[in-house]
Ligand binder design. Structure first.
Ligand code: MTE
Ligand code: HPA
Ligand code: MOS
Length: 785
């Protein structure tokens, strides 16, 4: 069918559109309010609105559900729960047994118990409060360390082991140890979770879902309704942000909306209030890391033992692969000759945590950066020097603890360049001078690198499909398995297709992701959207072009090699036709002008039992320098300046990439400074809206913010036009802000001791750290007297 052109790779094609900083395809519509989200779609007549009945308690036995009062309310169409599910009450993305509706036990506050549908949103929401649920309370487990003590886990532990860590620690000149508490993070996408399910004839169901994973929504809706997958279509035009929060858990909302639609035969829209979205859907995992490191007197790491306790919440969801990514990012930029990294998936009576930008990587990278910083301060060494002597390289070693060689290492290049461009030396001296004379407002400066592995750490997910049609006027229709959540995937893939055909970008029509057009897709996640879908679209477009080239060569009576595509026209020596004319000619010759492309990432493999392999196609490298001011009396802090250098290979669209870097950095900074999730003693989340949960605002962006893309750095692997992924890696550069806060606190000890600082560095945690350090210094003085 496909007369493929296996020789054609994106590197043999000229570049006129790829590599340009082109605005997001919807930028103007975003700001004009003309970009449609699901809640903007015109509602069909008879549309019902759904609301959840959520558990008010963290743990209990569900004894009965009484919908009488809700059903008696005017406008209410019905109340449904586990017993009403015609198929399977299942929403687990990986494992079975993760139910949409609670069955016998409710296991977190905000657990979905039932769904109510009514004529409008407010009626449904109020009726949901009238459904009586009788719950016999059980004792909740809320603390991860407590869960660990009780051996309460949702999954078996995972372990990356390399060398002999016991031996390395026993023989090391210095052994340091500590515990780091890292908070979680709410996605706080502007558009809360939403779905609109429209029943069709003969059991068909169309679901518009704000999901990063249309295929998962399709399959789970089918499973819940007891249908084959081919009866369900899921469509996604765009999300108002996903950040990982809509990778697995959009299924809950879509599944409930589809159940109502199937039960009533009417369209059903379900959207969550912010409060319910925050209480009822998962977040970034908070972690505790217990670590022990052996170092030599120069600060070189000899062995490292880290035990992670991750808060899975009530179910596994994506916790398994999240922990895998933590364990494969605990090395970050550093060669660790003897390593043991263990991860426990702690089961608590809190909402099931899920994917969040970085997917476990941030917790691993924060942990090792905390360790490096502690080594430097305790051994009175320069932190940047301790980093540099531990970087992967010829002198240390180039293989990660999980067995993947670090090829194309750009650590020295990016860190030295960012130190230079940020005037590190001069500012270090200025900040030290400032601190010498300012007892209260302390300033801090820190640099850190990020090495991030690109690919889903589950090899099978690294595939994508695309569908390209050329119409007879030369306009092009593009569809692929990736979803748009604001990250600019659609414009990047459109640039790839426009580049292949050498037509104006606006000749390529971007279309909603739809499971009926491109099937069996992976989530748009792991930053792989453009790598995977860009390559699939490239393959589809290239195959069509090859067939059109044959037609052109016949038409002009020349060899195919002579045919070139330029500025919307197809040329042979001095003659040319428009791209549309060639499309028409091809059709007249009965040549297929449509193609489905498929791409599977090469080279990768992973053994989940031994935790060894090559999980990542390649690594991206970045580095940041952050400067902060800390008020040591109130604990408040502020990032004054950040300098970033990020490797994106040969960028497909540097304007989009710069936006991704800025946004990710600020989101990472928010995780580590102002965003704090707080559960009360009964397990109720009390930070359920913007008044109690503080995300960074425009005024928290560093007033001096220098973001640069590493130039002339094509990916050495054959990615689409040698680009690299960008979505997640720069989030972890936000760790530099947290390290700079530590540096400011450490200045109180005049370089003599490492602060103990938990994340996020809220004013309370900063004050705790300051006071603990002062106590320690005082005690040191007392002891030495
Ligand atoms: N950027 C915006 N504006 N909104 C988002 O929801 N999600 C991030 C990142 N950038 C996100 C974003 C996450 S978690 C991932 S995995 C990637 O985008 C996914 O898209 P990509 O693979 O196309 O980069
Ligand atoms: N990132 C995001 N989602 C995933 C991954 C990953 O590495 N692995 C499995 N699901
Ligand atoms: Mo991103 S956390 O992989 O959706």
């Amino acid at each position: 069918m496909t007369q493929a052109t296996p020789q054609a790779t994106p590197h043999t094609v000229q570049r006129t559109i790829v590599g340009k900083g082109i605005a997001h395809d919807s930028a103007a519509r975003h700001v004009a309010g003309a970009a449609n989200y699901i809640d903007d779609m015109p509602e069909l007549p008879g549309t019902l609105h759904a609301a959840f009945v959520l558990s008010p308690v963290a743990h209990g036995r569900l004894k009965s559900i009484d919908p009488t009062q809700a059903l008696a309310t005017a406008g209410v169409a019905g109340v449904w729960w586990a017993k009403d599910v015609p198929g399977h009450n299942e929403v687990g993305p990986i494992l079975e047994g993760e139910t949409l509706f609670a069955e016998d036990i409710v296991d977190h506050e905000g657990r979905v118990i039932a769904v109510v549908a009514a004529c409008d949103f407010e009626t449904a929401y109020r009726a949901a409060k009238k459904v009586k649920v009788d719950i016999e309370p059980l004792e909740p487990v809320l603390d991860i360390e407590e869960a660990h003590r009780r051996r309460s886990y949702v999954l078996p532990p995972q372990e990356v082991i390399d060398g002999d860590v016991e031996m390395a620690l026993a023989s090391a000149p210095h052994v340091l140890s500590g515990t780091l508490h890292m908070g979680g993070q709410d996605h706080f996408y502007l558009e809360t979770q939403i779905a609109y399910a429209i029943p069709g004839e003969n059991g068909e169901m169309l679901v518009h879902s704000s999901t990063q994973h249309p295929t998962e929504v399709q399959h789970h809706v089918a499973l819940i309704l007891g249908l084959h997958a081919n009866a369900v279509e899921c469509q996604v035009r765009r999300m108002g942000g996903g950040f990982g929060g809509k990778e697995s858990q959009a299924t809950i909302i879509a599944g409930a909306a589809a159940l109502v639609a199937a039960k009533t035969g009417k369209p059903c829209k379900m959207r969550l209030k912010r409060r319910d979205d925050m209480a009822g859907t998962g977040k970034r995992h908070d972690y505790v890391a217990n670590w022990k490191v052996g170092v030599d007197s120069r600060g070189r790491i000899l062995g490292l033992d880290v035990e992670y306790l991750a808060r899975a919440g009530n179910l596994p969801d994506l916790t398994g692969p999240v922990i895998t990514r933590t364990l494969t990012h605990t090395d970050n930029a550093y060669h660790i000759p003897h390593a043991r990294f263990t991860g426990h998936a702690c089961k608590t009576n809190t909402v099931s945590n899920t994917a969040f930008r970085g997917f476990g990587g941030p917790q691993g990278i924060l942990t090792i950066e905390n360790i490096i910083d502690t080594i430097a301060r305790e051994l009175k060494l320069d932190p940047n020097h301790v980093r540099a002597i531990n970087y992967y390289g010829d002198a240390t070693g180039e293989v990660t603890p999980y067995g993947q060689p670090v090829e194309d290492n750009r650590l020295i290049e990016v860190t030295e360049a960012v130190l230079a461009s940020s005037d590190w030396q001069q500012r270090r001296a200025e900040i030290d001078a400032h601190n010498a004379t300012n007892p209260v407002i302390r300033r801090g400066l820190a640099m850190m690198p990020v090495k991030f592995g690109i690919s889903f750490n589950l090899t099978s997910l690294n595939q994508a499909g695309a569908l390209v049609h050329v119409y007879l006027d030369g306009s092009i229709f593009l569809n692929h398995g990736g979803t748009e959540m604001g990250q600019g995937l659609f414009v990047k893939v459109a640039q790839v297709v426009a580049e292949v055909f050498q037509v104006e970008l606006d000749m390529v029509r971007i279309s909603s992701t739809a499971t009926g057009k491109v099937p069996n897709t992976s989530a748009t996640a792991a930053s792989t959207g453009s790598d995977l879908n860009g390559m699939a679209a490239f393959k589809a477009a290239t195959a069509i072009k090859a067939r059109m080239t044959t037609v052109a060569a016949e038409h002009f009576g020349v060899e195919e090699e002579v045919i070139t595509y330029r500025e919307g026209r197809v040329h042979a020596d001095n003659e040319s036709v428009s791209f549309g004319e060639l499309a028409k000619m091809s059709w007249l010759k009965r040549v297929q002008l449509s193609e489905a492309g498929h791409y599977a990432t090469p080279k990768i493999h992973w053994d989940g039992k031994t935790m060894k392999g090559r999980p990542f196609f390649y690594f991206t490298y970045g580095a940041a320098v952050a400067e902060v001011a800390v008020d040591t009396l109130t604990g408040e802090s502020r990032c004054l300046r950040a300098d970033i250098l990020q490797d994106v290979g040969s960028p497909l669209n540097p304007a989009i990439d710069l936006g991704q870097i800025e946004g990710a950095f600020v989101q990472g900074m928010g995780w580590l400074t102002c965003e704090e999730l707080w559960w009360d003693k009964t397990g109720r989340l009390r930070t359920v809206g913007p008044s109690t949960y503080k995300i960074p605002g425009s005024r928290d962006v560093p007033p001096e913010f220098n973001v640069r893309i590493l130039e002339n750095a094509p990916n050495r692997e054959e990615t689409v036009f040698r680009s690299k992924a960008i979505g997640e890696p720069p989030l972890m550069l936000g760790v530099s802000v947290w390290l700079a806060i530590r540096d400011a606190i450490a200045s109180l000890a005049k370089g003599g001791a490492a602060p103990q600082l938990d994340a996020p560095a809220t004013p309370e945690n900063v004050l705790r750290s300051v006071n603990a350090l002062k106590q320690r210094l005082k005690k040191g003085l007392d002891d030495s007297r």
